[in-house]
Design a protein around this ligand. Structure first.
Ligand SMILES: *Cc1c(COP(=O)(O)O)cnc(C)c1O
Length: 245
C-alpha cells in the first residue's frame, strides 16, 4: 500500500514537472523578457493581471515587474494587500464613481476616466485621502459604439478652457485609448495615430516644459507593436505575459 502511494505521488510529481517544462507553456519571466526585448526601454509595461491568482502575479514581480493593472475594483482591492508594497497598481477598466473611495488611498494611476462626473469624484476622494491621484482621460477612438471615453472635441474643449485647473488634487498624466476590435491593421494604426496627434497637441498647448501629461496609454497583447510605433508610452499587456483568460 505504502509503495503504491509513493508511486502515485511520484508520478503526479513527474507529470507536474513535465507540464511545467513543456515548451508551449513559457514562464511568466521569459514572457516578460521577450516583451521587453520587443519595445524601447522608455515604454512602460502595465502587466494586466485580471483573473490571475496572486502566486502567478508574484512570478512577474520576481522577474522585476512593478506595474500591475486590474479592471475590477473588488479584485484590485483584494490583491493589493496580498502583494508587496512597492507595486504600482493601475485601474484600467470602467470605474463607477461610487467605488473611487476604495481606490483613493493607494491607486497610482486610473487609466479609464471617461466622464466629468467621475473626474469630480476622484478630485473629492483625493482631497479626503490627502494625496494626489494620477489619471488618464480615456478617449473614444474605436468604431464600436459600446466603448467608453471622451470624443476628441470634448478633450480639446476641456483643455482649451483649462478645466483641468478645477481639479487641483488630480494629476493629469495623459490619455488612454482602445482601438477597434478588428483584423484591419491599418484601421488600428490610424486610430492610434489620431490619439497620438491629440496627445501631442494637448501636451504642447497646456503642458509644455512641465513633467505632467507625459503618458499615452495604448496597445494591448494583440496590437502593442502598432501602438508603440505610433507613440505609445505605456502598453497594457495581459495575455502575452500570463497566458489566456
Ligand atoms: C484586459 C485588458 C487589457 C489587456 O488585454 P490583453 O489582450 O490580455 O493584453 C488591456 N487593457 C484593458 C482596458 C483591458 O481590460
Amino acid at each position: 500500500m505504502a509503495t503504491m502511494e509513493i508511486f502515485v505521488g511520484l508520478s503526479l510529481h513527474l507529470r507536474n514537472e513535465i507540464n511545467w517544462q513543456s515548451p508551449k507553456m513559457k514562464s511568466v519571466k521569459s514572457n516578460i523578457e521577450q516583451l521587453q526585448n520587443n519595445i524601447p526601454h522608455s515604454v512602460k509595461v502595465v502587466a494586466v493581471s485580471k483573473t490571475k491568482p496572486v502566486d502567478l502575479i508574484m512570478e512577474a514581480y520576481e522577474a522585476g515587474q512593478r506595474i500591475f493593472g486590474e479592471n475590477r475594483v473588488q479584485e484590485l482591492i483584494s490583491k493589493h494587500p496580498a502583494m508587496p508594497e512597492d507595486i504600482e497598481w493601475h485601474m484600467i477598466g470602467h470605474l463607477q464613481s461610487k467605488k473611487v473611495k476604495l481606490l483613493a488611498p493607494f491607486i497610482s494611476l486610473i487609466h479609464s476616466v471617461d466622464t466629468l462626473k467621475l473626474l469630480g469624484v476622484i478630485q473629492a476622494e483625493a482631497l479626503k485621502a490627502k494625496r494626489k491621484i494620477g489619471i488618464l482621460l480615456q478617449v473614444h477612438i474605436a468604431e464600436e459604439e459600446n466603448k467608453y471615453g471622451f470624443s476628441h472635441e470634448e478633450i480639446r474643449d476641456f483643455f482649451m478652457e483649462e478645466k483641468n485647473l478645477e481639479y487641483p488634487d488630480v494629476n493629469f498624466k495623459g490619455l488612454m485609448g482602445m482601438a477597434s476590435y478588428t483584423e484591419d491593421r491599418e484601421q488600428i494604426r490610424s486610430e492610434f495615430n489620431s490619439l497620438s496627434q491629440l496627445f501631442k497637441e494637448i501636451r504642447i498647448q497646456n503642458f509644455d516644459k512641465t513633467d505632467q501629461f507625459t503618458e499615452l496609454s495604448m496597445g494591448m497583447s494583440g496590437d502593442y507593436q502598432l501602438a508603440v510605433d505610433e507613440g505609445s508610452t505605456m502598453i497594457r499587456v495581459g495575455t502575452l505575459i500570463f497566458g489566456g483568460r
